[in-house]
Write a new protein. Structure first.
Length: 217
């Protein structure tokens, strides 16, 4: 059984906006100038204006054109006030050189580290964005999986103390655990760690500091 893609509130909001806009006199006047009265250069200028003023990109313009001309609104789950965009593929995929803009080295490095983005429309509210992420997280996660290996990063609330333990251990290869405990008690009098816990911390820190920390393939 196929998973049902849940409709987002941003999808519903954008649909209502398109329907309202297709009946708006000011927008209809602009639409007629774009479609019927302008040369190529002027048409591009007006399309840019429509994108800035009304938030209508090329795909949405085609959608609203169908609604105005044929009174038919083709709608699915994709038009939304949020969109998932694979920035890495757009920039680095050599199979699509025509959509791979020349980017600065800084931008390329950024994209290698942050390969995915969520594009946010001017209409989007905080609730729209959170709703989108909640209902599309499986899709977002599948995109991200293409660029990373699974790495668990735990928050360590006592990391400063662990660093202190590790530093003492590293300074002397034959550190006596009793002496280490004495120094630890002096620095952190409320640590309440037993000897076996110190051994475990040293072992875990050694693993963490020596493992391959890469998150990409």
């Amino acid at each position: 059984m196929k998973d049902v893609i849940k409709q987002t509130q941003g999808n519903r909001k954008l649909r209502q906006y398109i329907e309202d806009l297709s009946n708006n006199k000011n927008f209809l006047s602009l639409y007629k100038h774009i479609v019927y009265k302008s040369d190529s250069k002027r048409k591009n200028e007006l399309l840019e204006y429509a994108a800035e003023k009304y938030g209508i990109d090329f795909d949405l313009f085609q959608t609203i054109s169908r609604k105005i001309e044929d009174d038919e609104l083709l709608w699915g789950d994709r038009p939304d006030v949020c969109e998932i965009e694979d920035d890495y593929d757009e920039i680095f995929n050599t199979a699509y050189p025509y959509i791979s803009p020349k980017k600065s080295k800084r931008k390329q490095l950024h994209t290698r580290a942050y390969p995915l983005s969520i594009k946010i429309h001017k209409l989007a509210s905080k609730r729209d964005i959170l709703d989108f992420i909640e209902k599309r997280w499986d899709i977002i996660d599948n995109y991200i999986e293409d660029y990373r290996k699974k790495t668990r990063i735990r928050k360590r609330k006592n990391q400063k103390m662990y660093d202190f333990i590790w530093d003492i251990h590293e300074k002397s290869s034959d550190t006596n655990i009793k002496k280490l405990k004495e120094q630890l008690d002096e620095k952190y009098p409320n640590n309440n760690l037993a000897y076996f816990e110190l051994y475990k911390i040293i072992s875990l820190e050694k693993q963490r500091r020596n493992r391959d920390a890469g998150i990409g393939f």
